[in-house]
Design a protein around this ligand. Sequence first.
Ligand code: NAD
Length: 502
Amino acid sequence: MTTAPVPPGAARFLRPRGHVIDGRVVPPIGGDTLPVEDPSTGEIFSHIPAGDAGDVAHAVQAARASFNAGTWSRADPAHRGRVLWALARSIRDQAEALAWLETRDSGKPIAEARADITGTAEILEYYAGLASQIFGQTTRVPGNNLGMVLREPAGVVGQITPWNFPLYVGAWKFAPALCCGCSVVLKPSELTSLTLLAAAELALAAGVPPGVFNVVSGTGASAGAALASHPDVDILAFTGGVVTGRKVLHARADLLRPTQLELGGKSPNIIFADADRVQAIAGAAFGIFYNQGENCNAGSRLLVHADIHDEVVAGLIARARAIRVLPPLDEQSQMGALVSAAHARKVAGHVEAAIAEGASLRCGGPAPRQGHFERGHWFLPTVLTDVAPTHRAFHEEIFGPVITVTKFSSDDEAIELANATEFGLAAGVWTADVKRALRCTQELRSGYVWINNYNPTPVEVPFGGVKSSGFGRDCGPQAVDTYTTWKTVLWSLAPFEDWYKH
Ligand code: NAD
């Protein structure tokens, strides 16, 4: 085993001394901390500040003050772009340290953590370029008026993020918000806060002014709920599960303030009989097993034409068995550990329930407690066949390395099965037939459709869902819609006409 060594820069961010608020590292007001566990061994290797409503109030106040001061909100957009570019550069310089921290914190393989960090730099570079490309509109309107419609930064933005792609999904939120000139208070998942606390420090060094990018760690019930219900947060952007999303939306409804939600999924991956089988099987495996299946857009429901079902299942099982489930810092690792004991129990419970309902376990399940599986939270790549649309496993997000396989016999049936879910985040289609592919893009009810591909989410195009998968979009120019408001200015070019003159 070749274990990735501890990179020189990692020690600086390994044991955070506090939140990052108003340009400083600030110990939590209550003085409490939360343990940080390595999911692959169960070892507690660090602690993070346990923020509460007081810490959140401090951060929101700092964000408001910085927003009002205009050091960032009214800065030249080109300047904001240069600073975001410098932050991207710094993240690239620190890439190995950040990837190492991400792997220890989340349990994902080091190779996948490196891809997250590169992706984070790409997100920042994209929004660095976009900063000078946010345009308003002008139009002549009746009465010889000039209508100017300005896009303005939305104000103080609260952001709450999950543990599966900590820095990468965090950057989906904070990069466009900073690009637009907002001031941010971000609450990372309590399970994986290290890289976002590090990013806030790197942002300061890159030139983001104090108070503009604050990160407060802590539990959802404490820091998260306080942020969601804070009356001075203009926009709240949330990524996480549906149950939490609903709570956040309730809190925001009471305040009558806008909210963006990126929630869960139960995404179909459809293999038609005319598909290139080798590629489709590889895509099905990658679609579910990447990041241990802890992926909001995981292709967790494989729908396969009956004529090729057995061949696809055999290929998928061979692939699943070949995946190297190894300690995540091992350079050879292709799948790491699940994020927590509670999550591993939940995934195991879903698989047991599926078997009880009639599904066949073809490979995988909880890893035997031996060797490097002895400690930590391990689950093997799992294939369940004979899964019917009535089964819970067909509907509920498992969020682990578990794929369900269901047969179909016609295009109509495939589309009906694909859409038979409360979610609508993503879908995959494998076919050689252009018309069939186009029909799917039109009829699948989801925010993202991959044709002969699965998983890539380049920052240039928007990401988000329909139905219970949420609303609003991360990525692309569309994210600017979340973090700006329109202001209309009507400028008269004619003498004022007195309504009461007669
Ligand atoms: P989660 O809903 O448990 O937690 C998400 C965040 O919300 C965390 O920071 C948590 O601390 C916080 N939180 C918890 N309770 C809260 C409360 N009452 N008020 C405010 N904040 C609270 O989700 P998770 O387990 O961290 O992540 C997994 C979920 O995230 C999955 O459902 C997955 O599909 C979803 N996800 C979606 C996307 C997407 O872009 N659509 C991306 C990644 C993950």
